[in-house]
Design a protein around this ligand. Structure first.
Ligand SMILES: Nc1ncnc2c1ncn2[C@@H]1O[C@H](COP(=O)(O)OP(=O)(O)OP(=O)(O)O)[C@@H](O)[C@H]1O
Ligand SMILES: [Mg+2]
Length: 630
């Protein structure tokens, strides 16, 4: 990435699609309503017939007028019939076109909806790894651009290209019938024009537009990333650095955008030249016919008005082609979501059909000889085995990066393991549909992120049908009710993007309330109370202890005081379990890992070891010590 040092994330393009694949991926959105498409094509043919009739009637009119104007002519033909026919043909074309446009608008809106909903559904189901590697902003941008690209393409292809193309064929046919050589030349030159347009667009304009669209996505992603991190930017006074970084992305885009635009403009000029030559040749031939008395007034008038009509419609062909190229590039950028989801391991759709197992879930979790490394990182586990019994309350402790959160992710099957088995109640979790598996689990993550929806909706996310009473009950248990009731809109308060309008501790309590309400047999708490002050934490711990009853619970904690009551504590180090047992057992192990952590953390739980040490009233200080231990 030229000019942008220090940026490691780029939105991934896992596939380079061909034009055919892109069209294939999107065609079904147009063809979803074949009857409507057929009706639109019928209207289109009607329009072509009316438009082709117009120059014929005009030619007739010219012949009558010329006849009557000739001195000594004995013609008594009236011009009114021809005039009426021309008028009728023109008005019919207008009315039919209006009907077609209306029908097309409705179809386009529905296709756009289908496309967006489908893209969203697929992106949602892409694996956690894909999301970890993608800019949310760029993905959003790609989805919405694809929707508008579909609109643009539909309009241009059907309304602005198909019509003139059909008209060209019909007019050429009539011309050939009347003046064979002129018609032949007209067809030949039009064919050249179409081939030139196609070749120039596909081989010259398109490749550059694809690059330009990809860089545009990257630019948007970078923009969104900086704006999302605005608080960090502010705190380091790094606005200028971010300006410069974005400037790099913008320059990257500009260096391809300009040649891309220019290629389209140049194509336009070349095509106009070709079309002008075609027009001049045909008109020259018709002049030759007229001079040699092989064409009458009606032929000449027809040819002139037909060419004028086509020129009017084809004048924008080049800019239309440019728009098409851009739209294709934008659609290709999003088509990846449609065709690549399985390639990158969409575990949600790949999963074999679940055999509905009606056994009640006990909740025993087992890792058997699990080896795992993140697709983009080093090895986390090598041959790890552990068992958490049904209903057991287990705590995971250990230094930062030792693989505690990873265990929680693997239980949810957010990643595929390299070897071994992760099982629930003795059943390999790969045999369950991921959505069924995840319905067994309540998770309170390390850094809860909330939807910008009401607090009530956020709390009820795991059980949307919950009553307001249940929501309040859960919030009370999680000690969230108190702060929620002080908010002006109470449970109806919207919490800002990612929950930004709440404090870290408040977000945690909302996430705990959500887990309480979801009421699942397995409870995973990853540093769930790390942002709470000591007194609130104690209260929330009571709620968690209550919640943990009868459930398999895995708690990850740095603050060792919070896990003393766990049935078993597993001490992790570098992806291995180096010690396990109850608090009482572990703290007695001389030179044990746990004992060392206790000593370092210097907190109430360690008071047995140094009985006379006063309990620190200040939770913050205690937390600081605890994290320093790692
Ligand atoms: N999405 C990811 N891609 C690549 N590597 C990752 C990813 N997530 C975590 N890792 C790496 O895996 C290792 C284990 O991480 P994990 O999150 O399990 O640690 P942890 O014990 O929970 O640490 P902490 O106490 O800081 O939360 C770390 O070295 C980390 O850098
Ligand atoms: Mg962690």
């Amino acid at each position: 990435m030229k000019g942008v040092p220090g940026v490691v994330h780029t939105p991934r393009r896992t596939t380079q699609l061909t034009l055919r694949q892109t069209i294939g991926a999107f065609a079904r959105y147009w063809l979803a309503e074949p009857k409507v498409v057929a009706a639109i094509l019928a209207l289109l043919l009607g329009i072509i017939a009316a438009e082709a009739a117009t120059p014929i009637a005009l030619g007739e009119l010219a012949a009558v007028v010329a006849d009557r104007a000739t001195p000594g002519s004995v013609s008594l033909r009236e011009p009114w019939g021809a005039l009426l026919a021309a008028g009728l043909a023109m008005i019919t074309a207008i009315v039919l076109r209006q009907l077609l446009d209306r029908g097309w608008n409705a179809l386009t809106v529905r296709s756009m909806q289908r496309l967006q909903l489908d893209l969203f559904a697929r992106v949602q189901r892409l694996p956690a790894e894909w999301h970890a590697n993608s800019f949310a902003g760029a993905t959003v941008h790609r989805i919405s651009r694809a929707r508008w690209a579909l609109d643009m393409l539909s309009n241009i292809i059907v309304l602005r290209l198909l019509q003139p193309a059909l008209l060209l064929v019909v007019m050429g046919g009539i011309l050939t019938w009347r003046l064979p050589v002129a018609g032949g030349v007209f067809y030949f030159l039009s064919f050249l024009y179409v081939i030139a347009s196609w070749q120039l667009s596909a081989r010259w304009v398109r490749p550059m537009s694809v690059v330009s669209a990809a860089r545009d996505s990257r630019l948007t992603g970078a923009l969104a990333d900086s704006i999302t991190n605005n608080a960090t930017v502010k705190s380091f006074g790094a606005e200028e650095r971010e300006d410069k970084l974005l400037r790099g992305f913008s320059d990257d885009w500009a260096t391809v955008a300009l040649p891309s635009f220019n290629r389209a403009t140049d194509t336009n000029a070349v095509l106009q030249m070709v079309w002008t030559m075609a027009q001049l040749s045909v008109l020259g031939l018709i002049g030759w016919y007229a001079v040699h008395s092989r064409a009458d007034v009606a032929d000449v008038a027809f040819a002139l008005s037909a060419v004028a009509m086509l020129s009017g419609q084809l004048r924008n062909l080049a800019s239309d082609i440019r728009t098409i190229q851009r739209a294709f590039a934008e659609m290709e950028d999003a088509a990846e979501f449609l065709v690549a989801s399985r390639e990158v391991g969409d575990i949600s759709t790949n999963c074999s059909e679940v055999v509905q197992d009606r056994r009640p879930i006990e909740g025993e979790i087992a890792f058997l000889n699990v080896s795992f490394s993140y697709p983009s990182g080093g090895q986390v586990y090598q041959d790890l085995s552990l068992t958490v019994l049904a209903g057991e309350h287990v705590a995971l402790v250990g230094p930062s990066g030792s693989g505690k959160s990873t265990a929680v992710k693997l239980i949810q099957r957010l990643y595929e393991i390299d070897a071994g088995v992760v099982a629930i109640d003795g059943k390999d979790i790969r045999e369950m549909a991921p959505s069924d598996l995840r319905k067994l689990i309540s998770l309170v993550p390390q850094e809860p992120v909330l939807f910008h929806r009401s607090l009530a909706e956020n709390i009820a996310y795991g059980r949307p049908e919950a009553s307001m009473d249940d929501i309040i009950k859960a919030a009370k248990l999680a000690r969230a009710h108190e702060f929620i009731s002080t908010l002006q809109n109470g449970y109806a308060t919207f919490v800002g993007e990612r929950g930004a309008k709440l404090s870290g501790g408040e977000r945690q309590r909302v996430a705990i309330a959500r887990a309480i309400l979801a009421d699942r047999p397995i409870l995973l708490l990853d540093e769930a109370t790390s942002s709470l002050d000591t007194s609130t934490e104690r209260l929330v711990q009571e709620a968690i202890a209550e919640l943990a009853k009868g459930r398999t619970t895995i708690v990850i904690a740095h603050r060792l005081s919070t896990i003393r009551n766990a049935d078993r504590i597993m001490v992790f180090d570098k992806g291995m379990i180096v010690e396990q047992g109850s608090h009482d057992q572990l703290q007695r192990v001389p030179n044990g890992h746990y004992r060392r952590l206790l000593e370092l953390s210097d907190q109430p739980a360690a008071s047995h070891i140094a009985k006379d040490q006063p309990i620190k009233p200040d939770g913050k200080q205690e937390r600081q010590f605890a994290s320093e231990a790692y």
